[in-house]
Design a protein around this ligand. Sequence first.
Ligand code: FMN
Length: 360
Amino acid sequence: MENTLLTGLNLGAYQLKNRIIMAPLTRMRSKDMIPNSMNAEYYAQRASAGLIITEATQITQQGQGYPMTPGIYSAAQIDGWKKVTDAVHEKGGLIFTQLWHVGRMSHSSHQPDYGLPVAPSAVKPAGKTFTSEWNMVPFETPRALELAEITGIVNDYEKAAINAKAAGFDGIELHAANGYLIQQFLQDKTNLRQDEYGGNIANKSRLLFEVLDKLVAVWGADKVGIRLSPFGTTNDSFDPDSYPAFVYVVKELAKYNLAYLHMIRHRAEELTDELVAEKEQALWNLYPGTMIAADGFTIEQATAYVQTGKASAIAFGRYYISNPDLAERIAANAELNHYDRETFYGGNEKGYTDYTFINS
Ligand SMILES: Cc1cc2nc3c(=O)[nH]c(=O)nc-3n(C[C@H](O)[C@H](O)[C@H](O)COP(=O)(O)O)c2cc1C
């Protein structure tokens, strides 16, 4: 019997050829923050995915948090992405870009005029980060955004959405996961504001929905997705007290008729709350539309998830790093290449475009 992952899927405006999604994967290989022909080759190699979601792509320089991550705010970046989308389309693929503002997960070396990273409130993240020169240093305490600046950020997202159209993308995903700016607003531990962007849940999710409304106005809801990680621990992001905020957000998202909701599932081994699995299931049950699930899926687990209707499709991250032809491999029941963590971030073709295909 054909694996359910290989069946087609109606996702918003598109008919996907399979339910195997390439997860967004930051690879830090875009010199001057401009996508290049090596990036185009990498994505084109993976065009047999039902949908490619690009690496997180900063909407402005202020939204950047790591060296050599691509942006989508300059003419050169739009031209660079056009090479990528053309190459993917030529191979019959579909590609959305993931729009990103890192907020406090940055360092002044990435920022305009070397200013401090910005955030809802001046709360320093635990841990260390990369400077623009690839040195690992402790995070700085970010600067709390002025109320008037927030409108500017909403407009920056809108411009990025318009630029994504010019760059030939098929749609966009709002990165509201992994402890970046949108999630920083959503959660109590990072949002201490007392104005209309803090305090109650409607206020804390105001930025998310203001941005989403702009993206939908540019693209139409059926070409916009959103990624959430209610139980993720990446980037000092987990905040058990914010579960009600996610319940509210998912209920509101259900009204939008988006292309999809993309959920990163919990990693039980990292969380102490025994009820996480139940809470997660309760949250997922609130969403009636197309859902993509991600995080730690084996092919067998992914197949079971889709077969039992827990998710419509599965996004694979690390498997897609090392298996450009993951869909063909699943179809052929072939062995998967192992990924090399050493080459995840930065560098050149090694560990990027040189993974083998089964038919090569
Ligand atoms: C190298 C690397 C880069 C990543 N970059 C992003 C990113 O840009 N945006 C994002 O939402 N998630 C990012 N993630 C998370 C992945 O999308 C995915 O959720 C994670 O790898 C778990 O899925 P997997 O077990 O299939 O790898 C990244 C993960 C890895 C390993």
